[in-house]
Ligand binder design. Structure first.
Ligand code: DC
Length: 222
């Protein structure tokens, strides 16, 4: 068991990155956002015009992308072939494309390897879909963070509203969330699922502070 690794998995919008960032700050550890790495890969395929329905094309192009995570001035920066793509990868379209291209074995193998190297170099709290099951199977604490689709949709809606996004449709957001869950949970390689030894935390009726408190106390118990 590796005490200096915490794995947080769960569906889109469960609050993984918010919680992981806060706990990383509390412990003085590095936070690794693996979703950002899948998003950067998707952006690469999008820009290079790769046919994302053609696995042979994905396999051929995958090594053209150099994906890096770095902390600069206290914020996490995602680089694609040297360019800071931290903002671009947050587009909804890129999130959806990342969910699609993350099904491919060559993409998963490449990013899993990078993630394992990062975890060997320093204590990490890593979030994603397959961290407890595949990337860090010996993590000292594994959390499976969930919330009902309607709660996740409402959080996303509030976040977008806060940013001033016009024409928001709560029902459509919920449908997108359900479709994304479906795709991430049903792919062949490393689908999203709770690791057998993960603790499930349903955040539907919890505040952020309560979730952080719960995860921190689970960590201290170990
Ligand atoms: O967490 P996110 O929305 O940034 O992730 C985008 C997509 O990337 C997600 O829908 C599935 C994929 N992903 C993955 O397959 N494995 C991970 N460890 C993280 C993300």
């Amino acid at each position: 068991m590796k005490k200096n690794q915490i794995a947080i998995d769960g569906p889109a919008g469960a609050g993984k990155s918010t919680i992981a960032k806060m706990i990383a700050a509390e412990l003085g550890w590095i936070y690794v956002d693996t979703g950002a790495m899948y998003r950067a890969m998707a952006l690469y395929f999008d820009r290079s015009g790769t046919d994302v329905n053609d696995e042979a094309a994905i396999d051929r192009d995958v090594d053209g992308a150099v994906v890096e995570l770095a902390v600069e001035n206290g914020t996490q920066v995602v680089r694609l072939n040297g360019e800071d793509v931290s903002t671009t990868i947050r587009e909804q379209r890129i999130g959806e494309l990342a969910s699609w291209t993350s099904r491919y074995g060559s993409v998963r193998a490449k990013l899993t390897e990078l993630q394992r190297v990062m975890a060997e170099e320093q204590p990490v709290i890593m979030d994603g879909r397959d961290i407890g099951t595949t990337v860090l199977p010996d993590a000292g604490l594994k959390i499976y963070l969930t919330a009902s689709p309607s709660v996740r949709a409402k959080r996303r809606y509030d976040e977008l509203k806060e940013k001033g996004t016009p024409d928001l449709d709560l029902a459509a957001i919920e449908q997108e969330i359900i479709a994304r869950d479906e795709q991430d949970m049903n792919r062949e390689i490393s689908p999203l699922r709770k690791a057998d030894d993960a603790v499930e935390v349903d955040t539907s009726d919890m505040t952020i502070e309560e979730v952080v408190e719960r995860v921190t106390s689970l960590y201290k118990e170990r």
